[in-house]
Design a protein around this ligand. Sequence first.
Ligand code: HEC
Length: 141
Amino acid sequence: MTLPRIALAAVAAIAIPLAAMAADADRSAILKRYADLARAADSGFAGFSAARGETLYRTTWAGSDARTPSCMSCHTSDPKQPGRNAKTGRPIDPAAVSVNPQRYTDLTEVEKHFARDCKSVLGRDCTPQERGDYLTFMIGQ
Ligand code: HEC
């Protein structure tokens, strides 16, 4: 039996917002994890800041891999645009959540890339505070 078109439309109308809500919940859980870690490191932790996240994103860091002085080297100056890996030349999907709603929903993926990308850009890992600031910036983009 085939479902009437109207029923399919109804399923899509429910399924799409549900997927978006699930992605939001996954991002919130990751943010909460970083907030807990930031608070453990500094009892004065007062929340994340999109402005600080943007500064982290746009800063030209010293002590990094010469090909990647900033997050923009691969993710571009406009995170809504597709990027390009400055090391391999491979395309990268946009980093901004508004155009790429599945971003920052898988903790393993997020952790792996913070560790690797912060190392090539900053020459060190990003702190939980920096990670949360960066995610807060991208969630607003
Ligand atoms: C050498 C190129 C490169 C640079 C520089 C770079 N990234 Fe990335 N980043 C990637 C690639 C490649 C991926 C994985 C592919 C993808 O997610 O589309 C990625 C993914 C990520 C992810 C995971 C995305 C997700 O959806 O889970 C985070 C978080 C991230 N980058 C943060 C940063 C931060 C913070 C900086 C700057 C400190 C940075 N990146 C700089 C190449 C780069």
